[in-house]
Design a protein around this ligand. Sequence first.
Ligand SMILES: [Zn+2]
Length: 102
Amino acid sequence: MNPADSLVCWKCGATLKDVPMPLSRLSECLACRAELHVCLQCRFYDPRKPEGCTEERADPPKDKQRANFCDYFEPRASAFRPRDTSAISKAQEELKRLFGKS
Ligand SMILES: [Zn+2]
């Protein structure tokens, strides 16, 4: 199986299997036109790091959503992160509690 088949857009979650590989700085999502050669699509991206990158030799751009020239870029499967649903369900729990439903 082509590894690109499992890649999805970091922004909208659409499959990238129809996007020419390897991703280049000009690559964009066919569904939402998001630029794909970006930190948020990269396996080295880590928001917990000060630079947002686990590749120490890289010089990560400040803007994690803009196409970059990074030589260390490697697309990551499951780059798409739906909004944090735990916060939502927590709020729903709280509402239920307030209104006395369980
Ligand atoms: Zn997209």
